[in-house]
Design a protein around this ligand. Structure first.
Ligand code: EPZ
Length: 416
């Protein structure tokens, strides 16, 4: 348990380079199991979820080492296909190992994942994907159990563009015989990244970034060296932080197209955005305006992961904002904590109506999930006085030293 202590009222000023992407590197670490060769990843962020993934790879028999931002995986000695809750309980995305383990060993037993309390985290689409590739896939107590003599390519139609189910389908289909057509696929940049990685491994894959991806099964033999893409949500976090606190911040290393929905919203609030090749400069002085109606959608719509972060930026804005959370059913837990700081938020099912207040005041609040915890820290930057965010470890799952990044920009933040 740690406590983030923030003293509000100080503007941010300076520039930073955004970390490597958590939601890109996790499926790459899983996919490394497929290859009968070595994998080297660069620009890997120092996150608890990455450490949890390395522990999972070791449990499966791989060699997995980290040396600063470089990770080395040798999956040749891998021989295991069962992951207990002691390992998968630390993060939701552990289900991403399902496709890789099944693709390599034709058998998998994965304890149901834990992770953020964003509402029920079903895995029915993951089971549907594995069955479509010829596997038996069932729940056995708290475990997902899959087995297949041989995975066979098939037709998969996802009723919802689930990011994780798309990633599991792509990885498992690489280990299947023949052609797989995946319709209704997620289009997130992390999907495009995974396809590029698999292609270097030898995969015959096309259509990533669209809602139809076609994969022909192959014998992955090639070693892969890969540099992880920038984290678009970490970039969005720093841009929203500047609206919360006011100031002038340049975020380097981001891909502007990946954060377009967020920068458009921040511009609508009156922030000045200069978007250049691989960086964005944001300036915000005085009271921002409300961002209006924000509807979270699959990419390229407004990302659900940035919903808490933009809400933090809207708490002191002039006017009323409406946040409609269409991806997760329980992703407003941060609202009650923000209300302790004086925020005016009315919850109505999937909607949160935020009426901007003149000034938030510091309070003792609790982080209940990764992005909600980050949002509370951001809200503290603009609040009067001191805010203490109690955190069982959520924020470190997704952010590489968020306190260091913010204090380098002039924020008064420390961790106890
Ligand atoms: C990924 O989670 C991300 N995590 C999430 O980021 C992100 O919020 C989410 O995609 C949506 O963009 C990683 O990439 C590690 P989904 P994932 O499957 O794959 C429902 C963060 O903060 N669903 O696209 O778990 C599900 O309940 C995290 O970095 C089913 O119904 O998300 C949800 O309502 C949070 N059945 C919706 O789909 C299934 O089998 C989207 O889930 C799977 C999902």
């Amino acid at each position: 348990m740690s406590i983030w202590r923030i003293r509000g009222g100080r503007e941010l000023d300076g520039s930073l380079t955004v970390q490597g992407s958590k939601n890109a590197v996790l499926p790459l670490l899983a996919a490394a199991i497929l290859t009968g060769c070595e994998t080297e990843l660069f620009n890997v962020p120092a996150l608890r979820d990455v450490d949890a993934s390395l522990a999972i790879l070791r449990r499966l028999g791989c060699r997995a080492e980290r040396d600063s931002d470089r990770v080395y995986v040798d999956a040749r000695p891998a021989d295991g296909f069962a992951l207990g809750r002691d390992l998968t309980g630390q993060m939701r995305s552990s289900v991403i190992f399902l496709g890789a383990v099944l693709g390599r060993f034709h058998e998998a037993r994965i304890a149901l994942p834990g992770g953020c309390e964003l509402g029920p985290r079903p895995v029915d689409l993951h089971l549907q994907v594995m069955r479509a590739l010829g596997a038996e896939a069932e729940m056995d107590g708290g475990d997902i159990v899959c087995r297949a003599d041989r995975l066979k390519g098939g037709y998969i139609l996802l009723p919802f563009p689930s990011v994780g189910a798309t990633e599991n389908a792509m990885i498992a289909a690489c280990g299947a015989e023949g052609r797989t057509v995946l319709d209704g696929a997620a289009r997130e940049p992390e999907i495009v990244e995974l396809a590029g990685f698999l292609r270097v491994m030898g995969a015959d894959i096309a259509g990533e970034g669209t809602s139809q991806i076609i994969i022909n099964g192959f014998e992955p033999k090639k070693c892969v060296r890969w540099s992880v893409m920038p984290d678009r949500i970490a970039a969005a976090t720093m841009l929203c932080a500047c609206v919360c606190a006011g100031g002038d911040v340049e975020v380097r290393g981001l891909v502007p197209g990946h954060v377009r929905a967020v920068t458009d919203s921040l511009s609508s609030m009156g922030a000045e955005l200069d978007i250049l090749d691989r960086r964005a400069r944001i300036r915000c002085h005085g009271r921002p305006q409300s961002p209006g109606v924000i509807r979270t959608e699959p990419y390229p719509g407004f990302p659900t992961d940035a919903q808490p972060l933009l809400m933090a930026a809207a708490l002191q804005a002039g006017g009323t904002a409406v946040f409609e959370e269409n991806i997760f059913s329980g992703r407003f837990r941060h609202a009650a904590q923000m209300a302790r700081m004086g925020a005016d938020i009315r919850l109505e099912g999937r909607r949160a109506v935020v009426t901007g207040v003149q000034r938030l005041h510091g309070a003792e609040v609790a982080a209940e999930d990764l992005r909600g915890g980050a949002a509370l820290i951001l809200a503290g930057l603009g609040a009067e006085g001191e805010t203490q965010v109690t955190d069982p470890g959520h924020v470190d799952r997704g952010y590489e030293r968020l306190d260091g990044a913010l204090s380098a920009l002039g924020a008064h933040i420390e961790r106890i």
